[in-house]
Ligand binder design. Structure first.
Ligand SMILES: O=P(O)(O)OC[C@H]1O[C@H](O[C@H]2O[C@H](CO)[C@@H](O)[C@H](O)[C@H]2O)[C@H](O)[C@@H](O)[C@@H]1O
Length: 258
């Protein structure tokens, strides 16, 4: 998809955003910068998207960020972007930055996390293809590589079990259920980034359920873009990660010449 195939009304929204006094360009990682793949450690970003985000961060009066459900160090490793570089990285669904977590992680949180890991490990052991991804404030139970029946059974056990425990926040995403021990919100993360950078306009690209919390914090002057299928409150939709690269490159080129 070349930039001349970006259709209205997204095209006009990008032209307007590119002229903002201060622009924040922010994106999700999995399913947006990187295509969805079978194993989380194999998620490689589209180099053109990363280059465009880096170019945005280098422009005057322009900030750039990647806001992901991944742990911060993992996000940095997969994206190739440094934790403390020009592109701000926010991990753990909006709760983790280079300065730490938004909430103090207590021994109680850690004990609950350990209980969830134990429970999810026992679920995963019963269903081939199901795996556990422990993270700093949450645990993901991935069912992408399980049979449909095994995936359903594993998700139902997680929902009826650990997801119902006190102090647990459950989120379901793409072939995954994730349980966090502190409240998470990519929306609050975007609010904080907007306040810190002084951005007049925020553009955010996301593909999954947790990105809806980010879209919900965007206003009429902002640009919300859903990548792929599924219900969304975003104002714009594009089909895939290749189009993400086209959109980001178009936006950066416009801003470079404005
Ligand atoms: O907020 P994101 O950057 O979109 O991260 C969301 C989760 O992404 C990863 O899982 C998803 O992507 C995997 C790789 O494509 C895929 O195999 C899996 O089925 C998806 O759920 C990551 O592993 C999670 O930790 C993130 O929370």
């Amino acid at each position: 998809m070349s930039d001349n195939t970006i259709e209205e009304p997204l095209r006009s929204a990008l032209v307007t955003a590119a002229a903002a006094p201060h622009l924040l360009v922010a994106s999700d990682y999995d399913g947006v910068l990187s295509p969805i793949v079978s194993q989380p450690e194999d998620a490689v970003p589209n180099p053109a998207s990363v280059a465009a985000i880096e170019s945005a961060a280098a422009l005057p009066d322009t900030s750039a960020a990647v806001v992901s459900g991944r742990a911060l160090t993992d996000l940095s490793l997969r994206s190739g972007l440094p934790v403390d570089g020009p592109v701000t990285l926010i991990g753990s669904h909006g709760t983790e930055s280079s300065t730490g977590f938004i909430t103090e992680i207590t021994d109680g949180h850690r004990a609950l996390l350990d209980r969830i890991i134990t429970e999810f490990s026992s679920v995963a052991a019963d269903y081939p293809g199901v795996r556990v991804e422990p993270k700093p404030i949450s645990v993901a139970l991935h069912v992408r590589n399980a049979s449909p029946a095994a995936a359903d059974a594993a998700l139902n056990r997680a929902r009826a079990g650990a997801a119902s425990w006190d102090g647990v926040e459950a989120t379901e995403g793409k072939a995954v259920i994730e349980l966090a021990v502190i409240a998470t919100s990519k929306g609050h993360a975007l609010d904080a980034l907007r306040a810190r950078t002084g951005a007049d306009v925020v553009l955010y690209l996301g593909d999954d359920v947790t990105d809806e919390k980010a879209f919900a914090h965007l206003g009429d002057s902002d640009v919300s873009i859903k990548v792929g299928d599924g219900a969304t409150i975003a104002r714009h939709r594009i089909p895939d990660t290749d189009t993400v690269a086209t959109v980001l490159d178009f936006l950066v080129t416009l801003r470079q010449s404005s």
